[in-house]
Ligand binder design. Structure first.
Ligand code: FAD
Length: 457
């Protein structure tokens, strides 16, 4: 592939040979789909290996749950999606969608035109995206990657398994990992839990409230899912106790608007007689402990001889959360950061990866990238940020996005999107019951709609 690339110093355009690589993308969720699109746009040959029989990853809702409801048994059948039936997005459509393929209701027959739609609408959007950009033809369905390892000439051997247990080895120049990180449950450590007789489960396996009819449920966590699920369950359960690590130890509050939800600090211990003791001294006889305690990064197929490790949920070392310096740009990860707007972030990371693989963009030297990673880790440590928060980008996601965009030579995150995200985040905290149906950022919606015309007309 040969493309004209203007140099900065000379007025004459220089013709640089850009390279087309054979690239394997692992996973056809929101990250893998946009990675495939960007890689192909850049001229690479792309195969997307997807273990499911359809695209969408997280957004493919299934009523099925795993055989081990708490998700500890390594031999359990893995279900990718963690969606519950009532789930509506926690971001408005305008913010959530890819930058050049807005998440608007495209078909008149749209089943869910709400601004914070249900999960089926997101699944439909991703399917439309895949159809629009012809991504299906790159995807190999029902093909699970079981091993990725380096072979001679710095190439990658990717071993995959089909539905009929046929194994296939293939050689690629580069591998882009897009396997998602909301599937491997992380659970809370509770003293005495081994002899507690109740039922434990993780929110990964929560689908509908009915099984909790008349039960006493303790829900651990205060993330977006915990906020939704405790309200979902409160409609049928006898009592719901929310144990949160981010409240003071003496907390004991009834949830506003509910007469059967109470907020507590963390659990101190669980006892053989079925009771659970909270740090505020309260004791509750409970039927179920539901861990809404997040997920772990998990790459069971990745064999880098220790070059990339997961240590206390820090995947590293990774330059800018994407490239392991020693293996860059031949191995990369899309969509690792959390507390972000994932679709546009994955879109920008994918452009960056595609450009670095072709040679259109250049990374710093291995040593410089490693120095950058070390400096980043030191900064986190000096600020007292635990390692497990390494990929939490809450406070700087848009700076990160914009820096990627600058390197790729493409537009950064729109001003309205940043403002809308900040406004919604505040509303979600202040008014969790109503933020999805009541808003006042009409001016920003108008700005977004004007912006979208260039992609939808
Ligand atoms: P996934 O969607 O998990 O996709 C990974 C894909 O990789 C899957 O298709 C999987 O089958 C495949 N795969 C995995 N392992 C292999 C393998 N070994 N071989 C082959 N294929 C493999 N984001 C928002 O923007 N708005 C929201 O409102 C929102 N709500 C959320 C609610 C919940 C409960 C959860 C869990 C997440 C939510 N998110 C939300 C974040 C969401 O995860 C991202 O939006 C996005 O879907 C992540 O996409 P992904 O491609 O990184 O991962």
């Amino acid at each position: 592939m040969v493309n004209p690339v203007p140099t900065i110093q000379s007025n004459l355009p220089t013709i640089l040979p850009l390279h087309s690589r054979n690239v394997a993308v692992i996973g056809a969720g929101a990250a893998g789909l946009v990675a495939a699109r960007e890689l192909r746009r850049e001229g690479h040959k792309v195969v997307v290996l997807e273990k499911d029989n359809q695209i969408g990853g997280t957004w493919v809702y299934t009523p099925r749950v795993e055989t081990d409801p708490i998700g500890l048994d390594p031999g359990r059948e893995i279900i990718q999606s963690s969606l519950y039936s009532s789930l509506r997005t926690n971001l408005p459509r305008e913010v959530m969608g890819y930058m050049d393929y807005p998440f608007v209701s495209r078909n008149r027959g749209s089943v869910d035109p709400r601004r914070f739609p249900g999960h089926m609408e997101v699944s439909k959007y991703l399917k439309e995206f895949a159809r629009h950009f012809g991504i299906h033809e790159m995807v190999r369905y029902e093909t699970e990657v079981v091993n990725v390892g380096l072979v001679e000439n710095n190439k990658w051997k990717v071993r995959s398994k089909t539905r009929h247990d046929c194994y296939n080895d293939e050689i690629y120049d580069a591998v882009v990992v897009c396997n998602g990180h909301y599937t491997e449950p992380r659970i809370a450590d509770i003293p005495g839990i081994d002899s507690w007789p109740g039922k434990q489960m993780h929110s990964h396996n929560y689908r509908v409230p009915e099984p909790f009819q008349d039960q006493v449920v303790i829900l651990i966590g205060n993330s977006a899912s915990a906020v939704d699920i405790c309200r979902d369950i409160a409609g049928v359960a006898k009592e719901v106790y929310v144990a949160s690590r981010s409240v003071a130890d003496e907390t004991y509050e009834k949830q506003l608007g509910y007469d059967n939800i109470w907020l507590h600090p963390m659990i101190e211990s669980a006892r053989e007689d079925g009771t659970v003791v909270f740090r505020n001294g309260n004791v509750v006889l409970a039927d179920v402990i539901l861990h809404c305690t997040g997920y772990k990064y998990h790459f069971p197929f990745l064999d880098t001889n220790g070059t990339v490790t997961v240590d206390d949920n820090c995947v590293g070392p990774l330059y800018k959360h994407v490239f392991p310096p020693v293996l860059a740009p031949w191995l990369s990860f899309v969509g690792l950061p959390w507390k972000v707007v994932p679709f546009p972030l994955s879109e920008l990371q994918s452009k960056w990866i595609a450009g670095n693989l072709s040679g259109r963009l250049a990374l710093p030297s291995q040593e410089e990238m490693m120095e950058d990673v070390k400096a980043f880790y030191s900064k986190l440590e000096d600020s007292g940020i635990p390692k497990r928060y390494t990929h939490n980008m809450d406070s700087y996601q848009f700076d990160y996005d914009d820096r990627l965009a600058e390197q790729c030579g493409c537009p950064g995150i729109e001003k309205w999107r940043k403002q809308m995200y900040n406004a919604v985040s505040k509303k979600r905290r202040d008014r969790p019951e109503t933020y999805r149906d009541e808003w006042d950022d009409h001016d920003l919606i108008l700005e977004a709609e004007e912006d979208f015309i260039k992609y939808t007309s």
